[in-house]
Design a protein around this ligand. Sequence first.
Ligand code: ZN
Length: 84
Amino acid sequence: MGIDPRDRRIAKLLLWIRQNGRCHYCGDYLDPPDMTIDHMTPRCLGGADALANMAGACYRCNQEKHERRYWNYLRYRRKRGEVI
Ligand SMILES: [Zn+2]
């Protein structure tokens, strides 16, 4: 069951508040409209379209993570020498 598109804006705002306006992955500050919704377990891999499975991310990180699972993406970034 998906989230109503009207609720998506609210979900975004909740994520923005939860993360103090920062990207979950790189920590960059984002203006609320620039935050994208990342599904930590991608929907194509069975992840729920629910707040518990969402992280707010900048466009760049979300694109890069793409269809990776959350932990795989963190491992990928750590290999690149980034501390998360
Ligand atoms: Zn980012």
